[in-house]
Ligand binder design. Structure first.
Ligand code: ADP
Length: 187
């Protein structure tokens, strides 16, 4: 059982690591980015509303994300734990999550902050080549991260939840450290 939030800039490896760890721990990996990309591909109402923000590297309006996260965390299969990846992404979303978790009587165990230098991030994202991975949009996503998401590092440090992990190592090395962190969680 583990309840984890993965924090970190775009390209830090959150998705890759969250996927592996979620399989190992047998808990769902909830990626708001993946959910939104699925909605865009299926041209749902949510997808239509989200697409232009995503293409520009801006955050999608909170209102669209909050309903989605509430629905997801309200499902029975997440009672054994979860990894949130890409959420919360600003202070308002973090406060919403605090309240939601209180309401459903859950607590987050750790917030993993994956640290990777900017120049490595840009190189990784350019080589990935997703639709929103061109240089201009990448620069904007990094700036949005610094302005809106990075303040969550202090937010969770103040709440004694933060664990920083050096993400500028091999996938296996990072994964080994994350497994160690997960094993250290006591319920
Ligand atoms: P990355 O980690 O590479 O930035 P994600 O897959 O997490 O990519 O997100 C891609 C895009 O989806 C973001 O640039 C943003 O537009 C949107 N998005 C994802 N999660 C959120 C969120 N919690 N709040 C607002 N927008 C989000």
């Amino acid at each position: 059982m583990a309840r984890l939030i993965f924090l970190g800039p775009p390209g830090a490896g959150k998705g890759t690591q969250a996927d592996t760890l979620a399989h190992l721990c047998n808990i769902p990996h909830i990626s708001t980015g993946d959910i939104l990309r699925g909605a865009v591909a299926q041209k749902t109402d949510l997808g239509m509303k989200a697409q232009s923000y995503m293409d520009q590297g801006e955050l999608v309006p909170d209102q669209l994300i909050l309903d989605l996260v509430r629905d997801r965390l309200d499902q029975p299969e997440v009672e054994t734990g979860w990894i949130l990846d890409g959420f919360p992404r600003n202070v308002n979303q973090a406060i919403f999550l605090d309240h939601l978790l209180q309401e459903i009587e859950q607590t987050c165990d750790r917030v993993v902050n994956l640290e990777v230098p900017d120049e490595v991030l840009v190189a990784r994202l350019l080589s990935r080549g997703r639709r929103d991975d061109n240089e201009e949009v990448i620069r904007n996503r990094l700036q949005v991260y610094r302005e809106q998401t990075a303040p969550l590092i202090d937010f969770y440090r103040d709440r004694q939840k933060l664990v920083s992990v050096n993400g500028n190592r091999s996938i296996e090395q990072v994964n080994a450290e994350l497994q160690q962190i997960t094993r250290g969680i006591k319920h």
